[in-house]
Design a protein around this ligand. Structure first.
Ligand code: PGA
Length: 243
């Protein structure tokens, strides 16, 4: 069963989820966290930064793995997800740089980079708590709707809609958004011990309805979350409109 929690607004949701992450770290200081980028987690990261500034969350022994990264740009590129994470979270909490794991979009051999990443997740003991967002087309990570979904970390061609929703990171220039990315696969995500999906706003409401009420389908990659024993959907009222 998917558990569902609905908050009155994004702010309440972000505060609550920051508290969840802080509590998980207090209970297990060497927690392995899977992290998303996107507009949805920005407030959550802001709240974690505030907790960090007040010494109320301790990332010093935590390990993190981000879900995905654009292919063809280095971490130093301002549009990279690595740069996004640095700005919104990593620079604001006491995380140890050597325990931040990221796919390298500038890797010379992207397939080898994907294998390296899966091996790194394994050798960290797997992901304890995986936070994910959901695309308006039902993607998780960059696992886009398709006839088949990849199990493991892999190279993806991005859908036009996904490139459009990322244009803001590239000065609003759609043509500058990379056409490919590297992403954790569905199995990598589903092997996490606990998964929390965050969704806010009306644009996510139909996907959330299909995820909760619909069948498993590769046309809605997030529908595979139904297979996991410990998944919680954390929504604001707008995203929960059709439940
Ligand atoms: P968003 O992206 O948080 O910017 O809506 C979520 C996603 O595409 O996974």
């Amino acid at each position: 069963m998917l558990r569902i929690t609905v908050f009155p607004d994004e702010r309440a949701l972000a505060k609550q989820e920051a508290g969840r992450v802080a509590a998980a770290l207090a209970a297990k200081p060497d927690l392995v966290l899977g992290l998303p980028t996107g507009r949805t987690p920005v407030r959550l990261y802001h709240e974690l930064g505030l907790l960090g500034a007040h010494g109320q969350v301790d990332f010093s022994r935590a390990t993190t793995f981000n879900l995905d990264e654009f292919l063809g740009i280095p971490w130093s590129h301002p549009g990279s997800y690595r740069a996004f994470m640095e700005q919104h979270l990593f620079s604001r909490v006491n995380i140890a740089a050597e325990r931040i794991h990221f796919l390298d979009g500038a890797a010379l051999d992207p397939d080898a980079e994907c294998r390296r990443y899966d091996a790194a997740v394994e050798s960290a003991g797997g992901i304890d708590l995986q936070l994910v967002g959901i695309g308006t087309n039902g993607h998780i990570g960059f696992n886009e709707p398709a006839r088949e979904l990849a199990g493991r970390t892999h190279r993806v061609t991005l859908k036009a809609s996904t490139r459009r929703s990322n244009a803001a990171l590239f000065g609003g220039e759609l043509a500058s958004v990379p056409s490919e990315a590297l992403s954790m696969g569905m199995a990598t995500i589903l092997h996490a011990r606990q998964i929390v999906l965050l969704a806010t706003g009306k644009s996510k409401a139909r996907c959330i309805e299909r995820l909760v009420k619909g069948p498993l389908t590769t046309k809605l990659p997030a529908s595979f979350l139904q297979l996991h024993r410990d998944v919680e959907l954390v929504l604001d009222q707008a995203a929960a409109e059709f439940l």
